[in-house]
Unconditional design. Sequence first.
Length: 318
Amino acid sequence: MDDSTASPVQAWRSLETNPEFGADALEARVWKDHHQEKVSDWIARETPIALVFNGISHAVMMASPGDLEDFALGFGITEGLLASPDELYGVDVNEVRQGVEVHLEVASACAWRLRERRRNLAGRTGCGLCGTDSLGQVRRDPPAPVHPVRLTSTAVLRAESSLKSAQMLQKLTGATHAAAWCDLHGEVQLLREDVGRHNALDKLIGAMIRANIAVDQGFIAITSRASFEMVQKAAMIRAGALVAVSAPTSLAIQTAHECGVALAGLVRDGRRMVAYTFADRLRELTALSDRHPVGMPSQRRSPSASWILFSVLYWLSA
């Protein structure tokens, strides 16, 4: 991208508090009941975002142009480029004629990993695998075991409802995904949105790290299907549970079982969900005595010995 046209992006450009940064007002026509009318509509922005590590462009992602500091950190951690948040020294965001450049100043160890990976992710919206040059780069082992949190069905179902009401950009455009960190009661504590589902989760993870969130005190909720990349990203920060509005893939279920992540899908209507792994953890609330912030390893814990694959749990309203 041409640096000669670069200009700084305000650090406070948050889509959570300023959803209009992720949308454009355009004219459209609405047909309804055999009539049409001219309306002004909000359309989600899809912007090329170049992630530049120590001056070398590593990835170009199509994403919503907001919360990019969170995106940079979350992407670096979940892609295994940053071994810890401490390896990221600074982030500088600049708008250029073709899109946005996010410059990351990273430790030499991270720069070495980048040279080893030799990836170019230019591709579709939020595509997490475009440009991966070997099968060995697709699946990564989490740095430490996940926290085996226990959840109530009430908390999981409440999260789905809370997620809907908290999506400001989705309400404005109807075209974005969201990822949220919910506490053990199912209340949304932190949320990020993006036109790409992987991007939304990376932004959330970056925000969680920056906020020093204790990952043993909640779970991640997403508005998309639970693909294996989404499970893997959750496991990379040791989150013990992932719940999705849509269904998972078979590889996502396999990955969740291997990583110890309790995976639930088809969480809908405030009364129904399907547990695909570690269903025993989705029954009663746990209160873990110690708290471990995101990205901080602790003593190894073994995942629950019992697990039920494809067990269907229904909770019907009275």
